[in-house]
Design a protein around this ligand. Structure first.
Ligand code: ATP
Ligand code: MG
Length: 135
């Protein structure tokens, strides 16, 4: 059993597809152990994405993640980290496999519908970041 962190990004919350995305997680066997709609503060976005600090899109990414409401959730199941990444699809929706969340709901590499932890270690830290009570 693993836990991973998912974020439904502002483009997807604006499209009214929160339920459809959460439903894909559940249909794939991931259980939702925590969920919250929130507006990320600039400080939260900068800290959450600190690993990307040196990348050219860091400022744009932080601005984007604070531009509207997001839904953060903790997903639990067998191989949850990899399974969630598979459901999400490639970072750029244009490259994402058919039937993945990003192919179906993403608009661009920035507005790509969802975030998902990329390793078990990052997942632990990201879950703790938004859901300290579940740690
Ligand atoms: P995430 O971390 O959101 O699950 P990822 O692991 O597929 O996505 P990363 O390389 O970690 O992708 O990039 C983090 C986020 O930064 C991406 O989801 C995307 O929204 C944004 N991003 C990545 N590359 C670019 C880029 N070239 N231009 C603008 N935004 C980008
Ligand atoms: Mg990533």
């Amino acid at each position: 059993m693993e836990r991973t962190l998912s974020i439904i990004k502002p483009d997807a919350t604006a499209k009214n597809v929160i339920g459809q995305i959460l439903s894909r997680f559940e249909s794939a066997g991931l259980a939702i152990k925590g969920v919250r709609m929130m507006n990320m503060t600039s400080a939260q976005a900068k800290e959450f994405y600190a690993v990307h600090k040196e990348r050219p899109f860091y400022g744009e990414l932080c601005d984007y993640m604070t531009s509207g409401p997001v839904v953060v959730s903790v997903l639990e199941g067998t191989d949850a980290v990899a399974l969630n990444r598979k459901l999400m699809g490639a970072t750029n929706p244009k490259d994402a496999d058919k039937g993945t969340i990003r192919a179906d709901f993403g608009d661009s590499i920035g507005a790509n519908a969802v975030h998902g932890s990329d390793s078990l270690e990052n997942a632990k830290n990201e879950v703790k970041f938004f859901f300290p009570e579940l740690d």
